[in-house]
Design a binder for this molecule. Sequence first.
Ligand code: SF4
Length: 269
Amino acid sequence: MANMEKFSSLRKITELKDKKSRKSDKLSDLKKKNSINANIKPIKKVTRFFRFKSLVYLLKQDKKLILWNFFLKRPFFHSFKLIKSYLKKAPYIQKEDLFFFNINSFNDLTKKAKDKNSIFVFGYSYCMKPKDCPSKRFTKDCIHDKDNEICQKCEIFHQISKIPANDILLIIPDAYYIGIKLAEIIEKNPKKEIIYIIITCNMCINMFSDLSNMLNIKGLSIELSGRVCRNYKSFLFAEKGIKSGITNLYNNTDEKILDILKIREDIFS
Ligand code: SF4
């Protein structure tokens, strides 16, 4: 009961923040095309302690033991992958707002996109949704309805509507959701190569990075700009759906994703 009251008061605070932030979101929308240098990075230095703390945080969410069961199917292999990841100074290759996992460059990703035996998973953080999203903001849903006025103006609609039926769309409500969905997709498709393109904040990319390496999966995480969480506290609020600001992609990154989607569309048409 105490938790419910706390949650309800947090919601009220968020609604107030929502009103205040609408104005600044409009300003942010105007500025976003030039925002690559203006963004405030939420994490200055990603330490191994932060990475370990992140893994503990994700495992604490694993009440249904989905990640544990995945891990225990090949405990030595997954332990090896996890330790190897922790021993690396950085668990990815970063090029500006792009973070490559087990691939070296965008060209490598393009080659993978041409492979019909692969499944691409396109993941979008819920904080990219507009506040009046017809599927509600803090949900895993997205109707991407071309006749809906809000969808027509939504920044991610033109990407989501191009995802081929062979590939998978994820709307991401929290960091744990990325882990369990990828683990499920890997298990359901043992003969396919799973590649992800996940758009999320710097904090979430770093929290998920070692788990991604444990899953032994190739992928690209794309860092969000705009009104991203600036510290761990605001990130934890966002994980519960308490987030007023809207996030967006940096310059040109939108075109990169559309290029991959075009390749996927062509090979399956
Ligand atoms: S396309 Fe955008 S506005 Fe429409 S349901 Fe999806 S997230 Fe919401």
